[in-house]
Design a protein around this ligand. Structure first.
Ligand SMILES: Nc1ncnc2c1ncn2[C@@H]1O[C@H](COP(=O)(O)OP(=O)(O)OP(=O)(O)O)[C@@H](O)[C@H]1O
Ligand SMILES: [Mg+2]
Length: 452
């Protein structure tokens, strides 16, 4: 299932906006990224997609389910009603790859106002029926599509150390729990992890037990230790393995996420060989761990019959994907998302030039004053070029730039004395090794030689 198009009429700042999503003919990746100033409307677009999808999720979960309405505050000021129309393509027959477009419209009119726009939700019901039919009648372990929205408010404030026993067993529909309104919930992640790990350990040898025996047995027992290790590996839970793997790929140096029971119940992870409690990780580390762990967990729950649940299908919306992340992590982000979750379609927003210049075939839109402009050929550009040409932002302090420009002019006009004066002033103000000053000093030397 993929989202092809969305149309917003009188939603937030958009009077009438139509957006197509990757993959398109020109952009074969499954990633669409929105950039734009504060208030440009990026979140509005993601929120509208999430609201539309809430109806599909509700009707997959139960036949007559209702999703969320468009919020009153999201109806453009001065207009009586808003509507969101979404086009989804879904492969109905895997054997022949026959896909159908399902389109539905969600509308909202202000109280006591009259309007012609109305919701048209027949196709949501049809599409939801299709998924439920497959699940109930054709194949009980067939996959459900992941649909999830991570809003900006997703930061991880606390990692509950103690979580009561889960009230009920997790089922496949739990992959949709709080998927479109809650962001990441570490408590739930922890609970799920603990439950699966308990059953994993009941079936085989836990990591703790393996560590204990490997240390307790004499070195001469290499065969026995190897056998224990093999038994440990063979008994690993597929879903947990998927989550652990995703985290290892995204966060090099971090591995072996697990629940520890002593001295008290908590979640632990090894970072560069040292064991840490998850709540001891930095905000950036926790955010990425929670985000990746949450996508992987939901995919694992929804694709019980896949050998690698990370290959499940779905649509993932992430607002400000660079939130809390170091530039190095920002740069790798899209590549890692698409490699780790190859069958998910991603719709992202960002304020970071690094996010959008590191992957080929990404569809990037710049939002400016309610208008949408497609940007091509960003792959491989340096951050300064992206700042200048896409984000309309100077790469350097204005005053310094003006003085550097003046220095170049003086050199071009062969005014050596004035140029040297300005060069000395700038050298006093700027750090040693400043690239523009180094270039200027070469030009000064050249000019001196020429004059001599
Ligand atoms: N009901 C409304 N009527 C008219 N304009 C609105 C309405 N609601 C919101 N807006 C406009 O939409 C903007 C908010 O858009 P949105 O939150 O999508 O921006 P954004 O691109 O996500 O910005 P940021 O980068 O700061 O998160 C506001 O600045 C406001 O001008
Ligand atoms: Mg926003």
């Amino acid at each position: 299932m993929e989202i092809r198009k969305i149309r917003l009429s009188n939603v937030g700042r958009f009077t009438d906006l139509e957006v197509a999503f990757a993959p398109t003919e020109k952009h074969p990746s499954k990633v669409t990224v929105f950039v734009g100033n504060n208030g440009a409307g990026k979140t509005t677009i993601l929120k509208s997609i999430a609201t539309s999808f809430s109806w599909l999720v509700a009707r997959i979960r139960s036949e007559r389910g209702s999703g969320s309405p468009i919020a009153q505050d999201d109806i453009t000021n001065g207009t009586p009603s808003a509507s969101v129309t979404i086009d989804i393509s879904s492969i109905n027959h895997p054997a022949v790859h026959l896909s159908t477009i399902y389109s539905w419209t969600l509308a909202r009119t202000l109280r006591a106002r009259k309007s012609k726009v109305e919701s048209e939700l027949t196709n949501v019901t049809l599409l939801a029926d299709f998924f439920r039919f497959h699940l109930g009648l054709v194949d009980e372990s067939s996959s459900l599509p992941l649909i999830v929205f991570y809003p900006v408010e997703r930061s991880v404030k606390d990692v509950p150390l103690k979580v009561g026993k889960a009230e009920k067993e997790f089922d496949q529909f739990d992959g949709y729990e709080n998927a479109l309104n809650g962001g990441v919930d570490f408590g739930r992640f922890f609970q799920w992890f603990r439950e699966r790990e308990d059953s994993e350990n009941e079936r085989g040898i836990s990591f703790e037990a393996l560590k204990h025996w490997a240390a307790a047995l004499p070195d001469s027992e290499t065969k026995l230790i190897a056998e224990l290790r093999d038994m440990h590996i063979a008994s690993r839970d597929v879903q947990l393995t998927a989550v652990r793997l995703a985290i290892e790929v995204f966060m090099p140096g971090f591995n072996n996420l697990r629940v520890q029971r002593k001295p008290r119940l908590h979640m632990a992870i090894d970072k560069a060989g040292k064991t840490l409690i998850v709540s001891q990780l930095s905000q950036g580390e926790k955010s990425l761990l929670a985000l990746v762990g949450d996508i992987a967990r939901r995919l694992a729950i929804m694709n019980p019959s896949l050998d690698n649940p990370l290959h499940g299908k779905g649509i993932v919306l992430i607002d400000e994907v660079d939130l809390h992340l170091h530039p190095q992590w920002q740069r790798r982000l899209i590549r890692q998302l698409t490699q780790t979750f190859p069958h998910c379609q991603f719709i992202l927003t960002t304020h970071s030039p690094l996010v959008i210049s590191d992957t080929k075939d990404v569809l990037c839109y710049v939002l400016d004053d309610g208008e949408l402009e497609e940007q091509n050929g960003l792959y491989g550009l340096d951050a300064n070029q992206v700042l200048l040409s896409v984000m309309d932002t100077d790469v350097r302090n204005n005053e310094v730039q003006e003085r550097l420009d003046r220095l170049l002019e003086l050199l071009q006009d062969k005014k050596l004395k004035e140029a040297k004066e300005l060069f000395n002033e700038l050298s006093a103000d700027l750090p040693p090794g400043h690239i523009e000053l180094t270039k200027a000093s070469l030009l000064i030397r050249k000019l001196e030689l020429r004059i001599a």
